[in-house]
Design a protein around this ligand. Structure first.
Ligand SMILES: [Zn+2]
Length: 95
């Protein structure tokens, strides 16, 4: 039997967008903690989009969801990066 997984397509898109934006931000902390905090803030503001997929299956829905929600995702992720960037959940010495 195939391994099936429940995934939130929005989560994939948000994580991708965070990576894209952080690439161009020299001054921001890019540790796992900060990236996950950014993802949590952004995902709480966006509607989830769950799909069931088989392991290794190409996610066709990622592309269409991305086109439909690109502007919203970038706006919400930019806000989340701003919030975490100003007040990381760890001391600056740890980063
Ligand atoms: Zn950090």
């Amino acid at each position: 039997m195939q391994m099936l997984r429940l995934i939130n397509v929005m989560e994939i898109l948000v994580k991708e967008t965070i990576e894209d934006i952080l690439k161009n931000c020299q001054e921001l902390c890019k540790c796992e903690r900060c990236k996950l905090d950014m993802a949590a803030i952004a995902l709480n503001k966006l509607s989830p989009s769950y799909v069931v997929t088989a392991e290794g299956e190409v996610l066709l829905r990622v592309g269409s969801l991305k086109q439909q929600n690109k502007v919203d995702i970038i706006r919400v992720v930019t806000e989340a990066i701003d919030i975490v960037g100003k007040k990381p959940h760890h001391s600056r010495e740890d980063s």
